[in-house]
Design a protein. Sequence first.
Length: 605
Amino acid sequence: MKLYPLRLFLLTLLTLILWRAVVSIAQAQEPQLLWGDTHVHTSSSVDAWSYGNFSADPDTAYRYARGLPVIHPGTGQKIRLQRPLDFLVVADHAEMLQLQIKLGEGNSDWLSKSTSEELLALMSSDARDVFTQVTSIVVGGRQDILNEYHRPELLEMTWGEQIASADEHNRPGEFTALIGWEWSPGPDGANLHRVVFTASDAQTASQFIPLSYYDTVRPEGLWEWLDETSRRTGADFVAIPHNSNMSGGRMFDLRDSDGRPMTAAYINARRRWEPVIEITQTKGTSETAPSLSPNDPFADFEIRNVLLSGAIPAITEGSYARPAMLRGLLIGREAGNNPYQFGVIGSTDSHTGLVSVEESNHYGKLVQDSLPAERVDPSKGGFDPWRTSASGLAAVWAEDNTRESIMRAFKRREVYATTGPRITLRFFGGYDYVEAEARAIDLAARGYKKGVPMGGDLVASPDGQAPSFLVQVSKDPMGANLDRVQMIKGWIDDNGNAREKIFDIAWGDNRQPGENAMLSALPSTVDVDSAIYTNTTGSAQLSTVWQDPDFNSQQSAFYYLRVLEIETPRLQVYDAVALGIDPLDTGYPVTIQERAWSSPIWYTP
C-alpha cells in the first residue's frame, strides 16, 4: 500500500500519541514515594496533656505536618516544618480521649449526657483544677468515673471532633490525613500497643467508637472488633504494633494470649490486620539486639530495654523484629502459615503534636523535653531523650497520595522505615535481573515487570534457581552520604534451626571486604566540638543486583535491606555544644549512623 505524505504524517502522529498514552498510563500506575508519620499524639491524649501539651491539638498537628507555621505548645515560638509530610495519622489514645479537655471546658452538651453526679460536679465546678482532677481520676484509679466517661454517648462527641479534623485537612493528591487512634494495653508493664488507622472518611468513622483497653486488653479482641466493625460499616483497618522492644517478649510470642498454640484462625487474623510493624521511634529501635544477633556489628543501635512500668526485662526474641521473623518461619513450618510475615515502618510517637526527627533540631518526645536544658537532666522532664535519638519516618510506595492508595500500600507491605532521613530505597526480588539494570533509568519499571517489590512473596522457580535482588538507594538530598547497603537474610536450615547472616552488598569509597568478608568502617568526619560533619566520604547513590551465594531452594527464607549513612552527630552533641557542655561528658555515643530498613521479601520453597 502506498502512503501519501499527509497520511504518513497522520499515522506517525497517531502512533506517537498512542505511545505517549501507554507510557503515561504505565507511569501513573507506578507507585510514588510518600513520607509520613503514623504515630503522633496531641493534647487530646491525656498523657501528652499531663506532660505539658495543653494547646497542640489535632488541628495543630495536621497544619504542622502540612508545612504551615504553628505555635510550639511549650515554648510559644512560631515554628515550621522545613519539609512537609505527605501523610499523617493523629493517633491519640482511645483511653480517656479528651477527658482532660472536657473537664476543663465544662461543656454543656457533655453535662446533658452524663449521669454520674461526681463527673457532673467535676465538669461544672467554677474553680476547676483540671490537672489535679485528672491526676486523681487516673492515678487514683477512679474506675467509676472512667467507666462513666467511656459511655458511647460521651465518647461519640470527642471522637466526632477527632475525625472531623482529619477530614478538614485531608486533601487528596496533596496531603493525606488518615483517621486513627492508639489502642494502649500494658499488662504487667508490657507495651502491647497498636496504632489503628482506616482509609474511611468521617462519615463512615462516625459509625464506630475507637476500641480502647477498657474494652479488651487482648490482641485477639482487637482483631475480632476490627473484623466485626469492618463487616458492619465497610471500613478497612490497619493495626500497627509498636515498641516491641518494651513488650517483655510478649509482642511476638510463640503462643496466643492464653498460652495456647497458635491456630489457623489466630494466624490469619494477625496477618490480615497487622501487615506492618513500627521498627523504630523515639522510645527505641526494635530491629534486633547484640545478645540476639552476636555476629551483627550494627545490632547495638538505640537500644532502650525498659517496660512501661520502669522494670528492666530480659532481652528476648519476642521483643524484636528480626528474631520474630525467624520465629515466623519456624511457626510456618508447623502451622503452614507465618504469623510474623510483616513489613516495617518508622514513626515518632511524638506527644507534642509535632513531627520531630532531626538530630540537629529535635523538639523532644514530650513538651517537657523540648528544650536542651530540659534534656540534660531527665528528672526535669518526663522522658530521657538522650537515651535514644530522634526517630523516625514511614516511607510508602503508593499509586497516589490518597487514603485508599496509602492503605493498599500498607496492606501489600510496600513500605519501609527510616530513623528520620529521607533515604530513597528501591528493592525488588525476581529471577532474571542482570547487573546493568541496577543503573537503568527505568529501574522501577524493570523491577515490577520481572519480580516483586519489598513486602512481596517469591515462589520457587521450577529449576531451583537462586533469586536475584535489584537494589537502588539514594541519600537524603539534605542529609548525609551513604556508607553501605546490607542484605539481612534469615532462614531455616536443614536441621530446622533458625539462622541469620548479614551481607555487605554495596558500599561507597572503593573499599574492599576483608578476610571475614566484612567492610572496614569509613573514617568519621564528625567534629564533636562544633557538632558538624562533612560529606567527604560515602556515596550519594548505591545500586546493585545481588544473588545469595548460600541459596538453598529447599529452605524458607526472608531478605531485607539495611542502609547505613556515614557517621553524623547524635542528638545530645548538638545540645551539649549549645549549652557549652563537653559532648564527651554526656555518657552517650557522640555519633550516630542513621539508617533505613526495607520491608522483607520472602522466599517459599
